[in-house]
Design a protein. Structure first.
Length: 374
């Protein structure tokens, strides 16, 4: 359901332009609904509505005819945060009426219709027409304006509607704006406002159904995890385990807010024992990241969970652990020492002159007769 954040109105008996200013809490993405009325001349003689929030987009015009009442409706999408002005212009020198409703977030017109009466018989009931909503949870906004020579006011509103604002230019004209939450989709039915008085009265009215632009997040929530494990050395325990998490959340559209986004990474590696390798040959690190974006207004939660398994391969297979592992080391050391003792020299031990290979693969020194036969 669209949320009304604030309502502004022009002063009573206004015949010159008036600037209405929204509060400092106005946020980028909010929507302004502007209802501008006059009680004389023609609809074409009404001035141009302007706003520092953005360019007003016309929705509809209700017109009771020349020299009678008129209503024009506009919307404005707020481009930047902060207080914004709306200028309700003069209409030559007749009485003017202005009401601004600020909706929180992106709100669009779902449907609208207009009605008017300028007959010669006396009436004290103005009928805002029925509109057809295309979905559930709409806000119906109705406005009525009348012109007469005897209007003690105020309007009596239809049941179920809440007065948003009423501006008076007694005894000539009065404009009332009311709202109602509509849960079901379909025809809203007419809404009739009445007023006291005895004089002949002409009127016009509008009905506008407002809908949140979307009931879901338009955007994405992504989580990317990279986990790396390094193992070095013979039968080495898994070395360093690192995990890097990047979480990006983008949410746009009606009621969209990038809410709380959390990412939790747990990476662990354990190696115990003599020359132990975790898992004997490889170690597995599991990193899980969950990113959750909560949207304000309509509750929509998008959750992404990514699980990464990174294996660390030990450079040599484990051959044992404990005393058996120690025995392997001792035996390997003895073999290396024996190989070193039996290795052929590269130079004469007497004078350091490199040995030369002679017949039969015998290494000898040219100068002192040293021979190595292996």
């Amino acid at each position: 359901m669209p949320t009304i954040a604030e309502v502004l109105k022009t002063s009573d008996g206004r015949t010159t332009a008036e600037v209405l200013t929204t509060s400092s809490g106005t946020a980028a993405g909010d929507t302004l609904l502007i209802i501008y009325g006059s009680d004389y001349y023609t609809a074409a003689d009404m001035g141009t509505v302007t706003s520092s929030a953005g360019t007003p987009s016309p929705v509809c015009t209700a017109d009771a005819g020349d020299l009678y009442a008129h209503i024009k409706v506009f919307t404005v999408d707020v481009a930047t945060s902060g207080a914004k002005t709306v200028t309700i212009p003069a209409a030559i020198n007749c009485d003017i009426h202005g009401v601004v409703i600020r909706f929180s977030g992106d709100v669009n017109v779902d449907d609208f219709d207009v009605g008017a009466w300028n007959g010669v018989t006396s009436t004290h009931a103005a009928v805002a027409p029925s509109v057809d909503t295309t979905g559930t949870n709409r806000t119906l906004v109705c406005a009525w304006i009348q012109k007469s020579g005897d209007f003690p006011g105020p309007y009596s509103l239809p049941g179920g509607m809440t007065l948003a604002a009423e501006t008076a230019a007694n005894p000539f004209s009065d404009m009332a704006v009311a709202t109602e939450d509509i849960a079901a989709a379909g025809a809203t039915g007419t809404r009739t406002a009445t007023w006291p008085g005895t004089a002949l009265t002409q009127w016009c009215a509008v009905s506008v159904a407002m809908a949140s632009a979307s009931t879901a997040v338009s955007g994405d929530v992504t989580a990317t995890t990279t986990a790396g494990v390094t193992a070095t050395g013979a039968n080495a325990a898994v070395g360093s385990a690192t995990a890097t998490t990047t979480t990006t959340t983008t949410a746009t559209g009606a009621n969209a807010a990038a809410g709380a986004v959390t990412a939790t990474t747990t990476a662990s590696t354990t190696a115990t024992g003599v020359n132990a390798a975790a898992g004997a040959v490889n170690a597995t690190t599991t990193t899980t990241v969950t990113a959750t974006a909560t949207v304000t207004g309509t509750e929509v939660i998008a959750t992404t969970t990514t699980t990464v398994i990174a294996e660390a391969t030990v450079t040599r297979a484990a051959t044992g652990s404990g005393w058996y592992g120690l025995l392997d080391i001792v035996q390997e050391s003895a073999a290396l020492a024996a190989a070193e003792r039996s290795a052929p020299p590269v130079a004469c031990p007497n004078d350091g002159v490199p040995l030369r290979e002679g017949p039969g693969g015998i290494l000898h020194c040219t100068f002192d007769g040293y021979r190595w036969e292996g």
